[in-house]
Design a protein around this ligand. Sequence first.
Ligand code: NCD
Length: 361
Amino acid sequence: MTSINDLSNGEIEAVFSLAIKYLGSLSDKARTYRVAKGTSAANGKILACLFYEPSTRTRLSFESAMQRLGGSMISSADPSASSVAKGENLADSIRMISSYADAIVIRHPRDGAAKLAAEFADVPVINGGDGAHEHPTQALTDLFTLRREVGTLKGMNVAIMGDLKGGRTVHSLVYALVRFGANIMLMPAKGMELPGHVEKRLRDEFGWQSKDVHAIDALYMTRFQKERWTGKVEGYAKVDAQFLNDPRFSKARILHPLPRVDELDPVLDSDPRAVYFRQAAYGVPVRMALLTLLLGLGKTPTLEKSGRKRSEVKDSHDRYCPNSNCITHDAAERRFATNKFYVLKAAGTRLRCVYCETDFD
Ligand code: NCD
């Protein structure tokens, strides 16, 4: 599962139904959004967490989820302590880890790295964030939070603020929201607009139309992704009590994938509209459910191992992905990630990189 679009709406519903079951049957009486006990569904199974970038929530909630399912994990969270420091490429690492574990979660600074990993793995690969491309399990958690804390997604007005260019959580979330019929309002920081190809895809493939909305049901704030930009940022908006005085936000629930830096005032932590810590807590039951379905545990249906087949794929020797952060431009990985593109039928001459999904004419 390297993109949120690898899961159908029905599969996302299946993840949510199971997550609700875990929350209901195993919730902590004191904090009902927390899964307190475990099951033994994943007994004997091993999850490998392969993190080439810092992480707190994603890695620890996956580890917590796997343990609460009765399974165990092996983790590599510090590239300088693994063979990456000796120059080992991702494809070789993945081929071996496939024989050590039953599923792999990967986080990597390059867009499309998770797709490359999925090509070389013979166990399910879950994208825990690949460069600025996507972060689909965060989007599942975000969507689950909106459902539980705000209501039905169809017709929900969701404002998305901050670094919409560098923020991979946003890129997965906008597809999911539009697919479930929510209205999205894009409120980027200056120069940090949603990438043109993502916006085009939202319109062309998912029928998104921007609408004027007066009351916002949920506000999804994001931090400036300093690791994906050079230079400093100025004039980045801050969500605080004064900002929320705007009548459009009077009832808006506040979400944030975290970590927050300066863009979200801690004064709001006690505001009844703040749901970001519960959002982080929901990451455990959602990931428990996803793992259960991906590993085909018990009587649950099984999700596909990785991306579904989309359109025709064209190998190319003379075309290169225009995204300079794509895994196909990494000197060490290039030998394994060849130039491959989906041919977008509707547009005829438009290609989409198989790895980072950047489109170009
Ligand atoms: C996000 C990420 O790593 O993309 N964090 C997370 O997984 N909750 C968001 C971020 O780093 O800003």
